[in-house]
Design a protein around this ligand. Structure first.
Ligand SMILES: *Cc1c(COP(=O)(O)O)cnc(C)c1O
Length: 964
C-alpha cells in the first residue's frame, strides 16, 4: 500500500464518461497506429486533416462532468420548466404511455438503436410494427394507403400540398386553407409555398371558406375537427373541390376518427395528422409521428417511407421498404420530397398503443374524452359561460369577451393552461388523462364567487356526446387480429419482444454504416428524455413555463456554435433534410434581401447525398450537377467553369465535408473562396461532422451554412429511422434568416419549418448530455479515434478489398472517418455484387455497411469511436472470411448462382430442411467462423425479393391465412 492514494481530483474522475463512450482502450491504440503506419495519433491526424483548415483555437466548452453530475445539472435545468395541466390542445394532448410500451419500446435500446430498415431481412420486427402503423392509419382515416410516418403534422400538411400540386389536373397556383386550422400548420404551409410561387389563401370565416371554394385553386385543406373544436360536415365542400379537378386535404385527429365519420368516407383525397396522443408525451412539441394517407391513384408519388409486403427467397412473406425508386437517393432533384430520417420510433410507439388498446380500448378512451367534454360544456353553460354551440369531440370554444385575460390568468394560478385565441375567446381541449377532478377544477375557475358548482350526478348513467348525429362513425376499424390479441400486459410484453428479437440493432453488434455515424447512445444521455419536466409540457405553454427548455436551447446552440465555428444556430429542423431546406431558404432569403432574387442556381457535386438536390428543389433553386475527379474530389476545373458560366445566377454550392467519398479534400478553402468570388454562398453538409469536431470548423474554413445531424454526430439514436434533429448553423449575416415561429411569438425572415418552435425538443437533452460529459478534449478525442478506427479498417482490409478513395496531406493514403471498400471487380470475377456481401454479413451477425452510396457496388464503412478493437477485428475477420468465400467462386468450387453469398442470409428453417442440395455444408452456411457457435443471430427471413414487392404493392397487415 502506498502512503497515500491518488490525488482527489483523479479519484473524483469527472472525465469518467470518456472511456465509456470511446471503445478503443489506450493499450489498443498503439497497435492500431502501427497497423496504420503512424507514429502517434497526432501524426496520423496531421497526415490526414489538411493543415489549412485546422481550427484557430480549441473549442471553449465546460470541463467534462461525470454522468451523475451532468444528470444533476440537467435535472436542475429541467426543474425550471413548470408542468401545468394542459388544456391547450392545438394538436398536442396529454396521453398515458402504457408502461409496457414506455419501458420496452421507448426506453429500450433494441428499438431505439436500430437503423432505418434498408436491410430488410434484419429489420422485420420494426417493419411489422410500421405495417401495423400504416394499417392503423388506413383503418382510422378510411383511406387506401398510408406511409410509415411524417416529421410532424404541419410538414405533413405542406407535403400534402406538394403532393396535390403534382397529382391534380387543375393548373391553378392557389391553395385554400381553412382559417380554423392549427396556426402552426398554416405557418409551415406558407413557408413551403413561397419558393414555388403558390398563393396560400387562408379563409377568415366559414363564409370566406365557402366563397373561396367557388373560386380557382388546385387544392383545399381543412382541419377535422377544426382547430377551435368544431366538427363540420365537409361533404358538400369535397364535391365542390372535385368539380374543379382539385384535391381535398383533411388534417384529421385519429382519436376523434374512432367516433366520427372518417375523411375517406366523405371523399377526401389526402389525409394528414399526428399520432402524438397515441402514447407519445407532448415533449414541448416532438418527436411525434405524423401520418399521411391518400387515395390509391396517388400512391406512387406519396412522400416518405412506405413499408410493403413482398416474398423472400423461400416464397414466404417478408416486409421491405416499397417503391424505393421514389426516394431522393435515386430521384434526387426530381424526388417527391427530401424526407430521409422520419419518425420511426414514435410511429412504433403509436402503433403499439393501438395494438395494446385495440379498437374497443381506443373507442372507450375516445368516448371518455367526448363524454367529459359534454359534461364540462353543460356545467359551464350552467355557470353562465358562453359555450359556442357546435358539434365537437374534445374541444370547447368559449366566448369569454373582456374576461378572457382574467380567466386565463386565474387558470394558470390554479395550475391549468387554457388556449387563448386572442380574439376574446378561450378554448379547452380534453384528453385521455382528464379526470373528474380536472373537470371540477375547470368549473371552479369559471365560476363567479359564491356560485353553486355543477356536479356529476346527472351524468352518471351516460352522457349525450356533442358529436353531430349525421357524422357518427358507423364503420369498423382495426379488425385485424394483431389489434385484437395482445391486450394483456403479458401478451403485449411478449409481442414487443418477439418483434425486437427479429432485428439487428446496436445492442447486438456494430452497425458500420458510412455517412450515418452509428455511435454509442449512452443510457445517461437517454434517461432525461422521459423526465416529466421535459416530457409533459405543451410547446405553446406560456413562455415563462418553458424556462428549462429555453436554457437547454441556448446552451446547446452556444456549444454547437463552438463546435462548428458559426455565429448562430436554430434547433428547429427535425431532420438533417429539414436543416438543409432551412439553410437553403436562408441563402435564398439573403439573396432576395440583397435584391438578387435572380440568384437561383445551386451547384451540387455528383457524389452528394440525395437529400441535397431534393432540398434545393424544395427551396426553389435549380440544381446543376458538377463532376468529381478520378480521386473522388470535387473536380475544381469543372466547378470553376460552372461558377463562371452561372456567375450572375449563382445562389450557392452545396458540398459535403469531408466528402461523401470519405476524404478530406485539401482544396476546400480555395473552393469556398471561388464560390464567394462569384457572389454565391457555400453550404457545407455537416453529416460528416464526426470527422471534424475539435479539429476543424466549417464556419472557419469558408462555409456559410451547415446542418448537423444530432442523430449522427451528437448521439441521438437513430430510432429505426427517426427521430432526428438537424440544427441549421449560419454565419452572422445569415442569422436573420434562420427559421422563426410566429405562432410561438418569434417572427423571422423565412417563417417556420417545423410545427413546434424547438422541433423535436424532447430529444435535445441527449446531445446536451453528450457534450456536457465529453468536454472539448473528449469530443476532439472522439473525432481522432473515429479517424484512427476507419484508417485501421482500411489498412487491414487493403489486401482483400481496396479502399476506393484515399487522401491525406502528403498522399499518405489516409481516409477520414469512413472508407469506401471497392467490390466492383467481383462482378466479373465471380458474379458477386456488394449486395451479396451485405447479405452474407448477416449470417456473420453484422449489419451491412452503407451499400452502393455514393458509388454503386461498393460498401462504405464507418466504425465510429465507440466500437472496441475486438468488435472492429471481428468485423474485419468476417470481411476477410467472405473474401475467401468469393475466392471459392472465382476458382470454380462453387457456381456463381449457388454459393453462400448468393443464398444469404440463411434462415434456420432453410438449413433444417430434409434435403440439402447446396454445394456447401449447412455448418458453413450458419457458422462460417467458430465464434458464431457461441453467439448467433438468425435472420428471420431469406433474401427479400424487391421487384415482386413493387409489382404487387401491398402495404397493410397481412391477412392471417398468408402467415401460415
Ligand atoms: C444522413 C445524411 C443526410 C440527411 O439527414 P436526415 O437526417 O436523414 O434527413 C444528408 N446528407 C448526408 C451526407 C447524410 O449522410
Amino acid at each position: 500500500m502506498p502512503m497515500s492514494f491518488a490525488p482527489l481530483a483523479a479519484l473524483e474522475n469527472t472525465a469518467e464518461f470518456l472511456p465509456r463512450h470511446i471503445g478503443i482502450a489506450a493499450a489498443d491504440e498503439a497497435h492500431m497506429l502501427s497497423v496504420v503506419g503512424a507514429a502517434s495519433r497526432r501524426a496520423l491526424i496531421d497526415a490526414t486533416v489538411p493543415r489549412s483548415i485546422a481550427r484557430s483555437r480549441p473549442m471553449e466548452l465546460p470541463a467534462p462532468a461525470s454522468e451523475a453530475q451532468a444528470l444533476a445539472e440537467l435535472k436542475a435545468m429541467a426543474a425550471k420548466n413548470q408542468v401545468l395541466k394542459s388544456f391547450i390542445g392545438q394538436g398536442y394532448y396529454g396521453t398515458h404511455t402504457p408502461g409496457v410500451i414506455l419501458r420496452n419500446v421507448l426506453e429500450n435500446p433494441a428499438w431505439y438503436t436500430a437503423y432505418t430498415p434498408y436491410q430488410a431481412e434484419i429489420s422485420q420486427g420494426r417493419m411489422e410494427a410500421l405495417i401495423n402503423f400504416q394499417t392503423m392509419v388506413c383503418d382510422l382515416t378510411a383511406m387506401q394507403i398510408a406511409n410509415a410516418s411524417m416529421l410532424d403534422e404541419a410538414t405533413a400538411a405542406a407535403e400534402a400540398m406538394a403532393l396535390a400540386k403534382r397529382s391534380v389536373k387543375s393548373q391553378s397556383q392557389r391553395f385554400i386553407v381553412s382559417g380554423d386550422t392549427h396556426p402552426q400548420t398554416i405557418e409551415v404551409i406558407q413557408t413551403r409555398a413561397a419558393p414555388f410561387g403558390i398563393e396560400v389563401v387562408v379563409t377568415a370565416s366559414p363564409q370566406a371558406w365557402a366563397d373561396a371554394l367557388d373560386g380557382d385553386y388546385f387544392a383545399a385543406l381543412a382541419q377535422y375537427p377544426a382547430s377551435s373544436g368544431r366538427i363540420d360536415d365537409l361533404r358538400a365542400d369535397v364535391t365542390k373541390v372535385h368539380a374543379r379537378q382539385a384535391a381535398f386535404i383533411a388534417a384529421a385527429d385519429l382519436l376523434a376518427l374512432t367516433l366520427i365519420t372518417p375523411p375517406g368516407e366523405w371523399g377526401a383525397d389526402i389525409v394528414v395528422g399526428c399520432t402524438q396522443r397515441f402514447g407519445m408525451p407532448m415533449g414541448a412539441g416532438g418527436p411525434h409521428a405524423a401520418y399521411m394517407a391518400c387515395r390509391d391513384e396517388f400512391k406512387r408519388s406519396l412522400p416518405g417511407r412506405l413499408v410493403g409486403v413482398s416474398v423472400d427467397a423461400h416464397g414466404d412473406p417478408a416486409y421491405r421498404l416499397a417503391l424505393q425508386t421514389r426516394e431522393q437517393h435515386i430521384r434526387r432533384e426530381k424526388a417527391t420530397s427530401n424526407i430521409c430520417t422520419a419518425q420511426v420510433l414514435p410511429a412504433v410507439v403509436a402503433s403499439m398503443y393501438a395494438v395494446y388498446h385495440g379498437p374497443m380500448g381506443l373507442q372507450r378512451i375516445a368516448q371518455r374524452v367526448a363524454s367529459f367534454t359534454a359534461v364540462l360544456a353543460q356545467g359551464l353553460a350552467q355557470l353562465g359561460v358562453k359555450v359556442r354551440a357546435q358539434g365537437c369531440f374534445d374541444t370547447l370554444y368559449l366566448e369569454t369577451d373582456e374576461a378572457t385575460e382574467l380567466i386565463a390568468n386565474s387558470a394558470v394560478s390554479a395550475g391549468v393552461n387554457l388556449r387563448n385565441h386572442s380574439n376574446n375567446a378561450l378554448s379547452i381541449a380534453l384528453d385521455e388523462t382528464t379526470t373528474r377532478a380536472d373537470i371540477a377544477l375547470l368549473w371552479q375557475i369559471f365560476a363567479a364567487e359564491g356560485q353553486t358548482l355543477p356536479t356529476f350526478e346527472a351524468f352518471e348513467r351516460g352522457v349525450k356526446p356533442l358529436i353531430p348525429a349525421a357524422l357518427r362513425r358507423t364503420s369498423t376499424y382495426l379488425t385485424h387480429p394483431v389489434f385484437n390479441t395482445h391486450h394483456s400486459e403479458t401478451a403485449m410484453l411478449r409481442y414487443i419482444r418477439q418483434l425486437s428479437d427479429k432485428d439487428l440493432a446496436l445492442d447486438r453488434s456494430m452497425i458500420p454504416l458510412g455517412s450515418c455515424t452509428m455511435k454509442l447512445n449512452a443510457t445517461s444521455e437517454m434517461i432525461p428524455i422521459t423526465w416529466p419536466e421535459f416530457a409533459h409540457i405543451h410547446p405553446f405553454a406560456p413562455a415563462d413555463q418553458l424556462q428549462g427548455y429555453h436554457e437547454l436551447d441556448a446552451q446547446l446552440r452556444a456549444w454547437l456554435c463552438e463546435a462548428t465555428g458559426y455565429a448562430a444556430v436554430s434547433l428547429q429542423p427535425n431532420a438533417g433534410s429539414q436543416g438543409e431546406y432551412a439553410g437553403l431558404l436562408a441563402i435564398k432569403a439573403y439573396h432576395d434581401a440583397q435584391g438578387a432574387s435572380h440568384r437561383h442556381i445551386c451547384l451540387i457535386p455528383a457524389s452528394a447525398h440525395g437529400t441535397n438536390p431534393a432540398s434545393a428543389q424544395m427551396a426553389g433553386m435549380e440544381v446543376v450537377v458538377t463532376a468529381c475527379d478520378a480521386r473522388g474530389n470535387v473536380d475544381m476545373a469543372d466547378l470553376q467553369a460552372k461558377c463562371e458560366q452561372y456567375s450572375q445566377h449563382l445562389a450557392c454550392v452545396m458540398i459535403t465535408y469531408p466528402s461523401t467519398h470519405g476524404v478530406f479534400e485539401a482544396q476546400v478553402k480555395e473552393l469556398c473562396a471561388l464560390v464567394h468570388q462569384h457572389g454565391g454562398r457555400v453550404y457545407v453538409d455537416g453529416a460528416n461532422m464526426n470527422a471534424l469536431v475539435g479539429l476543424a470548423a466549417p464556419g472557419e474554413f469558408g462555409g456559410d451554412v451547415s446542418h448537423l445531424n444530432l442523430h449522427k454526430t451528437f448521439c441521438i439514436p437513430h430510432g429505426g429511422g427517426g427521430p432526428g434533429v438537424g440544427p441549421v448553423c449560419v454565419v452572422a449575416d445569415l442569422a436573420p434568416y434562420l427559421p422563426g415561429h410566429a405562432t410561438a411569438g418569434r417572427e423571422s425572415g423565412v417563417g417556420a419549418v417545423s410545427a413546434a418552435p424547438l422541433g423535436n425538443a424532447a430529444v435535445l437533452p441527449i446531445s446536451w448530455m453528450y457534450i456536457r460529459m465529453m468536454g472539448a478534449v473528449g469530443l476532439q478525442q472522439a473525432t481522432e479515434i473515429a479517424i484512427l478506427s476507419a484508417n485501421y479498417i482500411s489498412a487491414r482490409l487493403k489486401k482483400h478489398y481496396p479502399t476506393l478513395y484515399a487522401g491525406g496531406t502528403d498522399n499518405s493514403g489516409h481516409v477520414a472517418h469512413e472508407c469506401i471498400l471497392d467490390l466492383r471487380a467481383f462482378k466479373d470475377s465471380s458474379g458477386v455484387m456488394a449486395e451479396d456481401v451485405a447479405k452474407r454479413l448477416m449470417d456473420y451477425g453484422f449489419h451491412a455497411p452503407t451499400l452502393s452510396f455514393p458509388v454503386p457496388n461498393t460498401l462504405m464503412v464507418e466504425p465510429t469511436e465507440s466500437e472496441s478493437l475486438h468488435e472492429i477485428d471481428r468485423f474485419i475477420d468476417a470481411m476477410i472470411a467472405i473474401r475467401a468465400e468469393i475466392a471459392q467462386i472465382e476458382n470454380g468450387t462453387w457456381p456463381q448462382d449457388n454459393n453462400p453469398l448468393k443464398n444469404a442470409p440463411h434462415t434456420a428453417a432453410s438449413l433444417l430442411e430434409d434435403d440439402w442440395d447446396r454445394p456447401y455444408s449447412r455448418a458453413l452456411a450458419a457458422y462460417p467462423v467458430a465464434a458464431l457457435r457461441q453467439h448467433k443471430y438468425w435472420s428471420p427471413v431469406g433474401r427479400v425479393d424487391n421487384v415482386y414487392g413493387d409489382r404487387n404493392l401491398f402495404c397493410s397487415c397481412l391477412p392471417v391465412h398468408s402467415n401460415d
